[in-house]
Design a protein around this ligand. Structure first.
Ligand SMILES: [Zn+2]
Length: 460
């Protein structure tokens, strides 16, 4: 992979695969070792991965006092500080990724999910994308920069969580109990960001930087009833009562909302989209009060969630026997809440919409609310250089994701987070969390250069 497009690397114009070869080989070794450790919940292997990576940092010359393997609740986090010379006078920047993966079963996969397989231009294995791709690029970038004797002008901190795919307790602990270790001006997250490659090859349309996440919240709505024999129906019935509540929720539309990120997203995407949808994006970006635009966007499942909070029933249960009146009926309602709106306000709205005291609401889990991260010129400029190594001048578009990452925990304590991984892939190749997860070999090596340039820019 050629290094180009960065001032920081301009003097390496002769750089070619020979110069890069040892770094590529080291990165592949880290990638293979990480993928082949089955770092799923309950096996204790996240701690082993953290220790392995810690030993690599130590071998590369990082001081042991700057390397922290933090054991917590059956998993672990790893925090490593790359000491700068403090000449920029700026606070540190943290780089986050996660070490755990969603489990995968050998009998369901075509290849062993916990063996890194390279075949026909792809790497296969659980985590080759989510998130051992980002993790490897960040760790390898740190090791390479250290070996080159580079000293950043501010501290850079690698922050690897250990249970992002499940309870995210380690990330919560990192931003609370271990705040002094990870306190930073902002976070670059290697678990989000990237671009979609056209199916038939060629350049992607844009690079997406994740700057906000919706809040994930789930309620269980339950109606109980004394029940009785089904031959003697009562006026009230748990299933009918719950059905009425559901119908009111179906009919409710949460208020249209927007932020700098969604408007900028619609502005840039609208002109490439065409048709009514494209027009609606541009009109919404111009004036979010435009009712026609909101209606068109809301009717499109890919965009409905970008203009406000959405709630939808996902599971339904009720009754206990064919010939008995139901004593209980319940439904799971999953909401994706717009940044800046509170979980409590959404619950209050749902209660108001349902307006039936017999329907009990129970909030499941403990949602983390986070604001959108304000776009920053320094991050966008550094990312510009990194993206240029692969696709010069590719438009960079901020995005808000409906899925969750570690980023929201940093945002929730006031540390902005930006998903900036150099993940280039086709829609048809997206198998994260699913079967036969794969990534283009070219994307793996490209991402090493992406992070190398990005870290140098951010720390320079
Ligand atoms: Zn992930």
């Amino acid at each position: 992979m050629l290094l180009c497009g960065s001032d920081a690397t301009a003097d390496k114009s002769t750089s070619d695969s020979d110069t890069d070869a040892p770094f590529r080989a080291k990165a592949l070794e880290i990638y293979r070792t990480s993928v082949e450790m089955r770092t799923v919940e309950g096996r204790g292997l996240v701690t082993k991965l953290a220790q392995y990576l810690a030993s690599e940092f130590e071998k590369a010359g990082f001081l042991s006092e700057d390397i922290h393997v933090l054991r917590m609740d059956g998993t672990a986090a790893l925090v490593v500080r790359y000491r700068g010379d403090a000449t920029s006078g700026k606070k540190p920047v943290s780089i986050s990724a996660h070490m755990d993966v969603v489990d995968a079963r050998r009998d369901e996969w075509e290849r062993d999910p916990f063996t890194l397989v390279e075949e026909s231009g792809y790497f296969y294995g659980r985590g080759v994308d989510d998130n051992k791709l980002g993790l490897t690029a960040v760790v390898s970038g740190f090791l390479r920069l250290k070996s080159e004797g580079w000293v950043p002008k501010r501290d850079l901190i690698v922050v690897l969580s250990g249970d992002e795919e499940t309870s995210m307790r380690s990330t919560r602990a990192l931003v609370s109990e271990y705040r002094d270790l990870i306190d930073s001006e902002f976070v670059l997250n290697a678990d989000a960001g990237g671009a979609i490659l056209p199916e038939d090859g060629g350049r992607p349309a844009s690079f997406s930087i994740q700057a906000a996440e919706k809040t994930y919240a789930t309620w269980e709505l339950t109606v109980t009833n004394p029940g009785g024999h089904s031959s003697r129906p009562r006026k009230d019935n748990a299933i009918y009562d719950l059905a009425r509540a559901l119908t009111t929720i179906e009919g409710h539309e949460f208020a249209v909302n927007h932020n700098e990120i969604t408007l900028s997203y619609f502005r840039s995407t609208g002109s490439n989209t065409g048709g009514d949808l494209g027009t609606a994006m541009l009109r919404f970006a111009e004036d979010p009060r435009d009712k026609w635009a909101a209606k068109v966007l809301r009717s499109n499942s890919s965009h409905a969630g970008t203009i406000g909070t959405t709630c939808v029933p996902t599971m339904l249960r009720g009754g206990h026997a064919e010939n008995a009146l139901p004593q209980t009926a319940s439904v799971t309602v999953n909401c994706r809440i717009f940044p800046g709106e509170s979980v409590a306000a959404i619950e209050a709205k749902l209660r108001e919409v349902v307006s039936d005291d017999r329907v009990q609401f129970e909030l499941l889990h403990s949602p983390t609310e986070s604001e959108a991260s304000p776009l920053r010129e320094d991050v966008l400029n550094a990312l510009r250089k990194a993206v240029d190594t692969k696709y010069p001048d590719l438009p960079i578009i901020p995005s808000m994701s409906s899925f969750g990452t570690d980023g929201k925990h940093f945002r929730s304590v006031g540390i902005p987070s930006y998903g900036v991984n150099g993940m280039y892939g086709k829609v048809s190749d997206n198998f994260a969390h699913g079967l036969n997860e794969r990534i283009l070999v070219e994307t793996f090596y490209g991402n090493l250069v992406h992070w190398y340039v990005l870290l140098k820019e951010i720390g320079g």
